[in-house]
Ligand binder design. Structure first.
Ligand SMILES: [Zn+2]
Length: 273
């Protein structure tokens, strides 16, 4: 560990203590030591898990510091993919959405906060027009054109423009998620598919608004409950894709995808006159 890293680590601990209290600081310390042990385990113990995004195999994925709790078996040490990236990669490989499996000519796809972990699958299709967008220009530096900076509350896009939208772990960061969802519905074509995921707080009976971005938990502005999130999707016909819908029990353990990971495949609701 370099001197700069040590300095940053202690500054993080001080900052966590002063902003969120002792428990938050203790969570950061525990995560650090658990991951130090995990690093050794991955060097000396036989592989038990596998990352479908990059092919890495090892004893276990890294622990994730979530502010006041720690989630085990989350981050791939090689590609930094999380559970959602693993589930989404397997979904694209096994049950591709219509914009990947049907006639690929001239399909337009919009990818929010573009993650690199499954881009090669989207790019491989060749004939797609794959657009990338984010509110922060820095998030678009690593992706090719076409790309544009936009506010999800007010997308500079005509109605029904996109045949596919990929929006994973974005809504927990935005001020008005209902407005954002209505924008996603507006820019989706009549036959288009929106692929949506949010992080769930599995012990919450209802979604909690934090009132401001919580910097100890990745700047989330709310914590979604799996029990009430679906109420936000009433403007769509949607299907829930859970790990057990795609994977065997053995595969769920191998890829370490917990039941908190749910992919929503949403289509515009058909209005009958
Ligand atoms: Zn990986």
């Amino acid at each position: 560990m370099s001197l700069l890293k040590i300095k940053n680590f202690f500054y993080t601990l001080y900052w966590r203590y002063t902003h969120y209290g002792f428990h938050s600081m203790w969570t950061a310390i525990k995560t650090y030591f658990l991951n130090a042990i995990r690093k050794i385990q991955n060097r000396v113990l036989p592989p038990r898990v596998e990352c479908p995004c990059c092919g890495w195999k090892g004893y276990g994925f890294r622990y994730l510091d979530c502010g006041w709790f720690i989630v085990p078996q989350v981050e791939c040490p090689q590609c930094c993919g999380h559970e959602r990236h693993r589930l989404f990669t397997l979904f694209l490989q096994r049950t591709p959405p219509s914009f990947l499996s049907g006639n690929l000519q001239n399909k337009k796809i919009l990818h929010f906060a573009p993650e690199h972990h499954f881009r090669k699958i989207l790019n491989k299709s060749g004939n797609l027009f794959l657009f990338s967008t984010d509110y922060a220009p820095s998030a678009l530096q690593q992706v090719g054109n076409p790309r544009f900076v936009a506010d999800i509350h007010h997308l500079p896009i005509k109605n029904g423009s996109f045949d596919g939208i990929v929006c994973l772990h974005v809504l927990e960061h935005v001020k008005d998620d209902r407005k954002a969802i209505s924008e996603l519905e507006r820019v989706l074509s009549a036959e288009g598919e929106l692929l949506l995921m949010v992080p769930f707080m599995m012990d919450q009976k209802e979604t909690i608004e934090y009132g401001a971005p919580r910097s100890d938990i990745f700047d989330h502005v709310r914590g979604y409950s799996p029990l009430d999130f679906k109420k936000r999707l009433t403007m769509f016909d949607y299907k829930e894709i859970k790990p057990e819908n795609l994977l065997s029990t053995r595969e769920i353990h191998k890829y370490k995808i917990p039941d908190s990971q749910v992919l929503y495949l949403c289509k515009k609701r058909v209005v009958h006159n």
